[in-house]
Write a protein that binds this ligand. Structure first.
Ligand code: DAH
Length: 334
């Protein structure tokens, strides 16, 4: 067989072997077998010198073309194998949690909020949400809050306009109304969110802060359920030495209403016996009427507490303004 006739079959044989190489090592072996110093293709090229002047140009051209084809196939196969080696052996499970945050840390208020939400989820509460820019109806009227209540005063609330009196919500209780308007009972929700009041900033006040609202509506719900639930959550959050005290109070949307006082070693450390931590009560029948629930059939309780307060207790923070200043020296500690 003349030299030029040997090129094509040898090339096809080499191409097949390159394409069949299962890994990088096999590919290197195939490459050596054809293109290495002792390779079959190299041997063919070496024979070029023995050809006559007439045969040489055509054979040289054919060999070069074949060599380029082999090198291209080699590079392509190498890339394929590298890609394959980089792929995970098992299919990825995208539902697995990440191992750590790529960058930064969670804000202490986020940490506390997430802990509170986790506790309530354990006992079947879902998270609900509502607008920070509210109207008077959801923030006050539907909650049975009378027109002469101080919370409705322009001194206490940020009004965003005069006509329909849009405002920045003063509490997350407005979301109770929105949720009940949007679904039939039973209801079991918590609402973490930002609220606004016309306060000057000092160590314990800020014009915006965060609350968690809770609402539970079903048949035969009692104040005992309320107490048990709040106790469970606070013990989970702040330790088993937590003591709670329910003190009679007044809120227009609950009857009876209570304030919850809280005590544990952290409170004692602040030199106090009790710290007022939440408002709560049994949902007022008028509120049920306002959202179209039959108060003869449905009963419920609600509560609201400040997230900053709990975070301050938990971490021993004495100035609320630290939460909002974005000072890295403060934030790095959590
Ligand atoms: N909205 C009240 C506040 O901002 C807290 C509160 C009290 C919420 C009693 C409630 C409740 O749901 O029943 O101070």
């Amino acid at each position: 067989m003349s030299l030029i006739e040997q090129i094509e079959p040898l090339k096809l044989e080499a191409l097949q072997e390159l394409a069949g190489a299962a890994d990088a090592a096999a590919l290197d072996r195939a490459k050596g077998g054809y293109l290495g110093p002792q390779g079959k293709f190299t041997a063919l090229m070496k024979q070029l010198g023995t050809l006559s002047k007439e045969e040489k140009p055509a054979a040289g051209k054919a060999i070069n073309a074949a060599k380029i084809e082999l090198e291209t196939a080699l590079a392509a196969r190498r890339e394929e194998l590298e890609l394959k080696a980089a792929l995970p052996k098992e299919p990825a499970d995208f539902t697995l949690p990440g191992r750590r945050r790529a960058l930064g840390k969670l804000h202490p208020l986020t940490l506390v909020t997430e802990d509170i939400v986790r506790c309530f989820r354990k006992i079947g509460f879902a998270v609900a949400d509502g607008p920070e820019s509210e109207d008077e109806y959801h923030c006050f009227d539907a909650l049975n809050t009378p027109a002469d209540h101080p919370a409705r005063d322009a001194q206490d609330t940020f009004y965003l306009g005069t006509a329909a009196r849009p405002l920045l919500r003063t509490h997350t209780s407005s979301v109770q109304i929105r949720v009940m308007q949007s679904q039939p009972p039973p209801v079991r929700i918590i609402v973490p969110g930002r609220v606004y009041r016309r306060d000057n900033a000092d160590a314990t006040h800020n014009p915006t802060f965060h609350q968690i609202e809770g609402l539970y509506v079903d048949k035969n719900v009692t104040a005992g359920d309320l107490k048990g639930t709040v106790e469970f959550v606070f013990k989970q959050l702040l330790g088993d030495d937590v003591k709670l005290r329910f003190r009679p109070h007044y809120f227009s949307y609950t009857e009876p209403s209570f304030e919850i006082d809280f005590s544990n070693a952290l409170v004692k450390k602040l030199g106090k016996d009790w710290l007022e931590i939440a408002g709560c009560g049994m949902v007022h029948p008028q509120v049920f009427e306002n959202v179209g629930y039959d108060p003869e059939v449905w009963t419920g309780w609600a509560f609201g507490f400040g997230i900053e307060r709990i975070a301050m207790l938990r971490y021993g923070i004495t100035d609320i303004r630290l939460f909002y200043e974005n000072d890295a020296r403060f934030l790095k500690q959590f």
